[in-house]
Write a protein that binds this ligand. Structure first.
Ligand code: NAD
Length: 503
């Protein structure tokens, strides 16, 4: 089967049946068996079927990966290569990923349940674009020369930090990986990547694609495995200089502790969210309600920046809620391989149970289900972990559902009476990842946007942006920033060189 041509449901199905799964660790340019006897079974949330038994990495594999990365860094095979050449290799890496886009999209879809077509259009496009963007940036990162003191020259240069540990989640597995690899590799670092347990097999393919693109062996190592084994080993490793982490708040804070208890490595946490979309009465209410709901349900609601709270002012309430309900009705889950599914499967049975628990407690707290059922959804096969989108109305800002990250397709509607109240509600959680404002009065919108405590504010849209826009949060959402030229600074040390000139 030519994966490049796959598009229809039956073609995705056929390709899935022919797919071979490999596991192990990718160290020193080779896929090798793990140094551990442990393994686990990867179950597809699409139908509950076991995809493969995978060997998981161990702390010994992390040691081997860090040694390989360190050797590659120290001998300069990448770190001291001309930036233009590194850039070209990164662009080729992006192209190589794109050349296997359909296969990778299929692997992700089977591993974590998102629609294959979506994985292709969003995930694969994002990682290929990110690698190319940082490749093109690599030789444009000028450093500084200061000549203010006669008889001396001051140079302020960016030096690659060394070995970067990149630990990523499963919800946008390749997008998140691209956001770490692009700037870290562009700056000349070596990387040890740890994908999430749920998406480890698709991540392994990146190792061979990096080699194919001319990124030398040892520069990118991949160690899949359990968070509390492989993730912790990376976090505590004395040979790792920087950790770029995306995931939950609890684990992000663990990484800060690992760093404090080991070598004081730099940690960049990018964590969860409870983002509010504030709807003003003069907004296009249909668009506001629909887009906010879409932002809450897309990717089965498993989005750090999900617009999981719609904060609606006064008379805007009913029309915005009606639009959100209409959007929920338009986003029925379907087989991720069906070719046109709006939603696929939730990542696991455990995640599904967790989401339903949140909804049950919200209803007990007084919220009303305005769309969805609050029960698992059957796509007609009687198998798999599916949930139709849920709109909850009558949510109060202090309820658990309005304070905690659900990570499922659940939108909470909170009615407010004034802009000040909207600001207090929007800013009234520990998180601060994304926020949104809907309205037509530019001054009112802009003033409100300035008052929202968030790393990104979307005005009359949600999730829009391009590679130039940094992405990250404040407060409990962490302080790391991905994307944009500034992300490179996470992976460099600033060096000052003072040169006395002959007089
Ligand atoms: P998670 O924190 O459970 O896992 C993330 C990674 O950390 C995985 O690779 C996991 O194996 C590893 N890990 C788990 N326990 C560990 C431990 N004790 N020590 C070291 N590593 C450990 O998160 P998840 O369930 O994979 O992803 C969902 C979370 O990620 C959500 O909270 C979501 O909001 C967040 N997220 C944030 C962003 C962002 O850019 N801010 C983007 C996507 C997802």
């Amino acid at each position: 089967m030519q994966l490049n041509a796959v598009a229809t449901a039956s073609e995705w199905e056929l390709a899935a049946a022919e797919l071979a799964w490999r596991s192990g660790v990718f160290v020193d340019g080779k896929l090798q068996p793990s140094r551990s006897d442990e393994g686990f079974s990867v179950v597809s949330p699409r139908d509950g079927a076991a995809l493969a038994e995978v060997a998981v990495g161990s702390a010994l594999d992390v040691d081997a990966a860090v040694s390989s990365a360190r050797a590659a860094f120290d001998d300069g095979r990448w770190s001291r290569r001309a930036a233009t050449e590194r850039g070209r290799a990164l662009v080729r890496f992006g192209d190589a990923v794109e050349s296997r886009a359909r296969e990778l999209a299929l692997r992700i879809s089977l591993e974590m349940g998102k629609p294959a077509q979506d994985a292709l259009a969003v995930e694969l496009r994002a990682i290929a674009q990110t690698l190319r963007w940082y490749g093109q940036l690599a030789d444009k990162l000028g450093d500084e020369a200061h000549v203010g003191t006669p008889g001396a020259l001051a140079l302020v240069t960016r030096e690659p930090a060394g070995v970067v540990g990149a630990v990523v989640p499963w919800n946008f597995p390749l997008t998140m990986t691209g956001w770490k690899l692009g700037p870290a590799l562009a700056a000349g670092n070596s990387v040890v990547l740890k994908p999430a347990e749920q998406t480890s097999m698709s991540a392994l393919v990146l190792g061979e694609l990096a080699l194919e693109a001319g990124i030398p062996a040892g520069v990118l190592n991949i160690v899949p495995g359990r968070g509390d084994i492989v993730g912790e080993a990376i976090g505590r490793h004395p040979g790792v200089d920087v950790v770029a982490f995306t995931g939950s708040v609890g684990v992000g804070r663990r990484f800060l502790a690992y760093a404090a208890e080991s070598n004081g490595k730099r940690v960049w946490p990018e964590l969860g969210g409870k983002s509010a979309s504030v709807v003003l009465p003069d907004a296009d209410l249909d668009k506001a309600g629909r887009t906010t709901a879409w932002g809450s349900f897309y990717n089965q609601g498993q989005m750090c920046s999900a617009s999981s709270r719609m904060v609606v002012l006064g008379e805007a309430h009913d029309a915005a809620v009606a639009a959100a309900i209409a959007q929920a009705d338009d986003m029925r889950p379907a087989d991720p391989l069906s070719g046109d599914a709006a939603l696929g499967a939730v990542v696991s049975e455990a995640q599904l149970a967790k989401i339903l628990g949140f909804v049950e407690r919200a209803v007990a707290d007084g919220a009303a289900i305005a769309a969805g059922t609050g029960e698992r959804f059957d796509i007609g096969t009687g198998r798999g972990s599916y949930l139709a989108p849920i709109v909850l109305t009558g949510v109060r800002p202090d309820m658990e559902i309005a304070q905690q990250e659900v990570f499922g397709p659940v939108l909470s509607v909170i009615a407010v009476d004034s802009v000040d109240e909207a600001v207090a509600v929007a800013n009234g959680t520990p998180f601060g990842l994304g926020a949104g404002v809907w309205g037509r009065d530019l001054s009112a919108v802009h003033q409100l946007a300035r008052r929202l405590r968030a790393g990104t504010v979307w005005v009359n849209c949600w999730e829009e942006g391009d590679m130039s826009m940094p992405f990250g949060g404040v407060g409990a959402s962490g302080f790391g920033r991905d994307k944009g030229a500034r992300a490179v600074d996470k992976y460099v040390d600033v060096k000052s060189t003072w040169i006395e000139l002959d007089s």
